[in-house]
Structures are given as structure tokens and as C-alpha cells.
Design a protein around this ligand. Structure first.
Ligand code: DMJ
Length: 664
């Protein structure tokens, strides 16, 4: 019988050796056998790893699949999570990887997946906008390397009612480093109020110290897995988002050592032009430009103004469009701009409409008109465009200036555009009348068409498409509207003011109900209204709480404007709920389901938790003179900007820059 392997005659000392007597394979035969086995092994293993659904077919495969899952547990970066069937949460780790739910995805995973998809699309040659030509504004100092300590640059004591000696028993330090200490309440304040303020301040310390310990210089913190969280709205760059976003809160709370650490990191390490990834023009403006400008307003330290100008300069190429409406994303290194893939050719209303406060103020403090020109152009387009039923759809094409789909919302994609119309008027000391008129016209239409009342009498803002209500649902994001309507009502007496105040009370009440009706006493991402449920989330992606501030923002403004104790009580309920469910050893985490008694954490400490959530809670228990609403306007990320003509800390540059020479 002929063997499968070829036979070769072997000779020993020239004498043929019978093949039948050989005990082992020859070298070449061994190679052949080994390579066949290897190939077979690779194909078999590959099939198991890449087709995990085979897992149920045999017990051997089961154990290999278990290895696959263990590798996956080693870290979300190692392998992408396999798609899960509805309700199939398998035995994925409780920490770090977010589970899919019944009807939808967790926002963090969705965000990451969109980002990955965008990357793949791009790599596959999908349309990326060309690098635009633009006029670069005169260059601002590079601000690299350590600069002088901030005390050298302070022009005057910060906020007027801040007095170091009141807050620090030791009195001012000889080097002046505690000149930043803020006083939130007077010496005779109620001890209960004082204890509440101290609690919130301690929360800030916990959030900051853990960020410092595990993620310093990175964007955000994973408080459960205790490491840096980079995949967020800041591209893949390391921009110290938590530092820049949280810094003015540290200042306002009088956390001077922490403030100084952050300030020095910004001076030495924050360089936007080194970032080679795509940034959201909107997020970068509200968190970075806004945060830096607040610090400049509060301290007079010119490093903050210079850095704010650097960031804004890096965003300018995104405005080079036929209409002047900016694209959504920009890479500061390559200057390439593009839209989100999910938005087609369109820019988003809430994004392009939420730059006005920061860019106008930046022009005033630098003396450079380029920034104001950009937002004035946006205003002009939105003022002149035909508006369906006096409302503004969420999508608009910056090439044509035409609306995209006619979806209208005071929640996601629309929200802060309306907020900025009101606040542009306030920040200009009521000089920007066009903004106020646009606000009142749009709000009248919104209240007529979008304000709904549930069977039990809860008011909410529904969403519209082509003039019809499409969903009986309100986003957590819309919960800022209570505060916005109250501000509108109390700053101008007009035919709408009574209605505004009534709506402000009702919406804030509804948002509180959405918190109160959950097991954790924290509110869901979105809540619905029907005959069956009211102010409750229904889909699993609506049940998350991602440390959002909007409801507390309304409590704060309502407290300041009405002095009704319930708003402070509601804020204190929220503090306790945050402490009970969101506080972990490594910081504060969001929750994946507010209706569970012991909810799972999402493992993300958002930068806005420090910028907004804790700041608004702190201000809720402070005296009114701390960041008085008569002198300050909060940008949409809770960064206070001074009101022109009313706040002595408004530092106008009489002549254009030169920023570098201004530094002391
Ligand atoms: C913040 O970044 C800002 O408040 C923005 O306007 C909307 N969302 C987040 C917080 O929820």
C-alpha cells in the first residue's frame, strides 16, 4: 500500500536501509505534518473567536468562548464588545463595560461606537471636508512653559464679596496664595446652611482629588476602574478637560491649593495646537473657552485670557463656510473640519447657537473683533432665515443656509440656542435687543406648540416634527428651561413674563417629580407621559443618570429668584442621593438605571459634574452675593461671565491685544 507521505530511500554507509524499519518521520515529513496541524489549528481557533455564536454548539467550544470572554474582561480596549441580544447581558463585567439594555444603548457606548464608526468611515474614504482656507487671527502668545504665579497677574481682589481673612482663620498668606479664597456665606449664617455648603465642597474635593490621583492631565476619570477616561467628546487628545472645566468651581469654593495646581497645569501643559484629533467646536467653546474666560474674569490672571484666545483661534477654521455657520468638528493640528456623520451635511442648532457669549466676551477682553464677527454672522443668518411657525429646526446646512429635517426641541440638539438668546441680551446689559426679541418670539411659539400637560397636571415640553408633537417625552437636558423661563420673567416685564414664571415653576416641579419617582431619587435621562406613566423613563437608555446638572441649575435659579425653601430642600435631596448612589471610592460615577435600589455605575465622572453639577448645588446654599445674578451670566456649562457695564470685573481691552505684553 502506498503511504500518504512520499517515501525516500535512506542509506547508511552506502547501504540502503529498509524503509519499513524506520521509527520516526524524516525532517521534511515533520515540517509538513506540523504545518498542516498549525494551519488547521489557526482556522479552528479563528472560527471560535470571530464567530462567538458557535459557542453553544459544543462543550469544547464553550470553554474556548469562556477564554474569549475572559480576555474581554481584561479591558474594554483589548477587544470590542460583541453585539448582545436584547436582555443578554451574559457575564460581562459589572464594572467598566456598559451593558446593553432592553431597548437601547447606554450613551457612552453609543458615543464610542459612533466615534469608531466615524473613524472607519473616514478610513474607507468617505467624504471629509477639505481643509478650508481662512485668515488666522493675529497670533496670541504661545503661553508655553511655566509663567509667573497667578498672584502676580491679579489686578484686584476677585469677586467683591470675597475676603481671604473671613474664610481663612490664618489670614492671608505672605505669598498671597490664598487671595483666591471665596466667601460663600456671612459669619452669622445658619449652621445648617453652612454644613450643606461644606458637604458640597467636600464632594468637589473628592471628585478633584481622585481625578488628580488617577487621571491627572487626561480628560475625565473612570472612578470605578480608577483610570483615565479619554473616549468622550474631546477627541482622543489629552486636554485636561476636568481641570479646565472644574477650575472656576474650585475658585468659587475657595479651594485655593487645588485651584493653583490646576492653574499651573494649564500654564505649563495645556496647548490646544498640539491636539491632533477632532474636537467639537461647541463642547470646546463652552467647556474650554468658557472655563478659561471665567477664571480670567474672577482672577484677572492673563494666562486664562491668553489660553482662551488660543483655543478660540484653533476653532476658527470651522467657520469658513459659505454662510459662516460653523461645521461641527475641527482638528486643531490639520485644521480639517467636518460634520458628524449622523447629521449628514448639517450643523446642529444647539451647537452653532451656543457660542455667542464666549466669543463676544473674548473679543472685548482681547480687543480682537474676529471672534465677535463670527457669532454675529451666525446671528444674522438665523435672524434672516424663514422660521417655520417662528421656531428653529435642529438641523441647518452651513453650505446652503437651508434647514435640514424639521425637528424642533428644547432638549437635545436645540436647548442652549434658546438659552443663549436670552443670555446674550443679559450679558450685554440688555443692549442686544435683537436677541431678546428672537427669544420672546421663539418662546411664545414653543409654549403654544410644545408645552403639554399630563393627565395628572404635570407640565412638560414635548418635541415637534413638521409642527406636530412626535413624542410625549421630555429630556433631562430640557430641565434647564425652568431656570431660563424664570430669568426671562424677572428681567423684563412684558406680556409674556407672567406666563414665563408660571411655566418656570411648573417645569421645575416636573423635573423634580422625575427625580422623586425614581428609586434612587435621581432623575432619568428622558421621561415620558402617557395614561400609564408620568415623568418616568420607559426605555433602558432613558433610565441612565449621567451626573447631569440641568435640574439643579433650575433649583438654583428658582431659589435665587423666588426664595421658596422647597428648591433648597430638593437640592439637598439630590446631594444625599448623589452621595448614596454615585459616590465611590474613586470619585463619582453615573448610573445605568435610576430605578434600581442598587444601581450599577457607568464608571464615568463627567467633567461637567465639577463644572456645573457641584457648582449649582454649592450656589444653591450660598448667599445671593456669591456670583450675584445681577452681575453674572452663566454660560451653558455654568461658567460665570461678567455682565458688561454692571460687573466691575468686566475687563475691556481698549486696544487690540497685544496679549503677551500685557502679562505682568
Ligand atoms: C453640559 O455640557 C452643558 O450643560 C450643555 O449645554 C448640555 N449638556 C451638558 C450637561 O448635561
Amino acid at each position: 500500500m502506498t503511504g500518504i507521505l512520499p517515501t525516500y530511500q535512506r542509506f547508511v554507509n552506502g547501504v540502503p536501509v529498509p524503509s519499513i524499519s524506520r521509527r520516526s518521520f524524516r525532517i521534511r515529513e515533520k515540517y509538513l505534518i506540523v504545518s498542516v496541524l498549525l494551519t488547521f489549528g489557526i482556522v479552528w481557533l479563528g472560527a471560535l473567536f470571530y464567530l462567538p455564536e458557535f459557542k453553544s454548539s459544543s462543550s469544547v467550544n464553550d470553554s474556548v468562548y469562556n477564554v474569549y470572554k475572559r480576555i474581554q474582561k481584561a479591558g474594554p480596549e483589548l477587544l470590542m464588545p460583541p453585539p448582545l441580544a436584547q436582555n443578554d447581558v451574559g457575564d460581562f463585567p459589572v464594572v467598566g463595560i456598559v451593558r446593553h439594555g432592553e431597548e437601547g444603548d447606554d450613551p457612552h457606548i453609543v458615543e464610542d461606537r459612533n466615534r469608531l464608526k466615524a473613524k472607519i468611515d473616514e478610513d474607507m474614504g468617505m467624504k471629509v471636508l477639505e481643509r478650508p482656507q481662512f485668515d488666522v487671527a493675529p497670533s496670541v502668545s504661545s503661553s508655553r512653559g511655566p509663567s509667573k504665579p497667578p498672584v502676580d497677574a491679579i489686578e484686584e481682589p476677585a469677586v467683591r464679596n470675597f475676603a481671604a481673612k473671613d474664610a481663612s482663620p490664618a489670614g492671608p498668606k505672605p505669598d498671597g496664595s490664598n487671595r483666591y479664597v471665596a466667601v460663600a456665606i456671612g459669619p452669622n449664617a445658619d449652621p445648617d446652611q453652612k454644613q450643606k455648603l461644606e458637604t458640597v465642597k467636600e464632594m468637589m474635593r473628592h471628585a478633584w482629588n481622585n481625578y488628580k490621583l488617577y487621571a491627572w492631565g487626561k480628560n475625565e476619570l473612570n472612578p470605578i476602574s480608577k483610570r483615565a477616561h479619554l473616549s468622550s467628546v474631546f477627541g482622543s487628545g489629552e486636554m485636561g478637560a476636568t481641570i479646565v472645566d472644574g477650575l472656576d468651581t474650585l475658585y468659587v469654593m475657595g479651594l485655593t491649593d487645588e485651584f493653583r495646581e490646576g492653574r499651573d497645569w494649564i500654564a505649563e501643559h495645556f496647548n490646544i495646537n498640539e491636539i491632533d484629533s477632532e474636537l467639537s467646536v461647541f463642547e470646546t467653546t463652552i467647556r474650554f473657552v468658557g472655563g478659561l474666560l471665567s477664571c480670567y474674569a474672577l482672577t484677572g490672571d492673563t494666562i486664562f485670557r491668553d489660553k482662551a484666545a488660543e483655543v478660540a483661534d484653533a476653532l476658527l477654521p470651522a467657520f469658513e463656510t459659505p454662510t459662516g455657520l460653523p461645521y461641527a468638528l475641527i482638528n486643531p493640528s490639520t485644521k480639517a473640519s467636518r460634520q458628524y456623520h449622523w447629521a449628514g451635511p448639517n450643523s446642529i442648532l444647539s451647537e452653532l447657537g451656543t457660542l455667542h457669549l464666549e466669543f463676544s466676551y473674548l473679543s472685548d477682553v482681547t480687543g480682537r473683533e474676529v471672534y465677535r464677527n463670527k457669532v454675529d454672522k451666525i446671528r444674522e443668518v438665523l435672524y434672516n432665515i424663514e422660521k417655520p411657525g417662528d421656531l428653529y429646526p435642529n438641523f441647518i446646512n452651513p453650505r446652503t443656509g437651508q434647514w435640514g429635517q424639521r425637528h424642533i426641541s428644547l432638549g437635545a440638539l436645540g436647548d442652549s440656542f434658546y438659552e443663549y438668546l436670552l443670555k446674550a441680551w443679559l450679558a450685554s446689559n440688555r443692549g442686544d435687543e435683537q436677541a431678546r426679541t428672537m427669544f420672546d418670539t421663539a418662546m411664545q411659539a414653543a409654549l403654544d406648540k410644545m408645552l403639554r400637560v399630563s393627565p395628572s397636571g404635570l407640565a412638560y415640553l414635548a418635541e415637534l416634527k413638521y409642527g406636530r408633537v412626535i413624542e410625549e417625552k421630555m429630556d433631562h437636558l430640557s430641565c434647564f428651561a425652568g431656570g431660563m423661563f424664570a430669568l426671562a420673567a424677572t428681567t423684563l416685564e412684558n406680556s409674556l413674563s407672567e406666563r414665563y414664571m408660571d411655566v418656570a415653576r411648573k417645569l421645575t416641579h416636573t423635573c423634580h417629580e422625575s427625580y422623586f419617582r425614581s428609586e434612587t431619587k435621581l432623575g432619568p435621562e428622558a421621561f415620558r407621559f402617557s395614561n400609564a406613566v408620568e415623568a418616568r423613563a420607559q426605555k433602558s437608555n432613558e433610565k441612565v443618570y449621567i451626573l447631569r446638572p440641568e435640574t439643579f441649575e433650575s433649583y438654583f435659579i428658582m431659589w435665587r429668584l423666588t426664595k421658596e425653601q422647597k428648591y433648597r430642600d430638593w437640592g439637598w435631596e439630590a446631594v444625599q442621593a448623589l452621595e448614596k448612589h454615585c459616590r465611590v471610592e474613586g470619585g463619582y460615577t453615573g448610573l445605568t438605571n435610576v430605578y434600581h435600589q442598587n444601581p450599577q455605575g457607568d464608571d464615568v465622572q463627567q467633567s461637567y459634574f465639577l463644572a456645573e453639577t457641584l457648582k449649582y448645588l454649592y450656589l444653591l446654599f450660598s448667599d445671593d452675593s456669591l456670583l450675584s445674578l445681577d452681575e453674572w451670566v452663566f454660560n451653558t456649562e455654568a461658567h460665570p461671565l461678567p455682565i458688561k457695564g454692571k460687573n466691575p470685573l468686566y475687563r475691556m481691552a481698549s486696544t487690540p491685544v497685544p496679549i503677551e505684553d500685557n502679562r505682568v
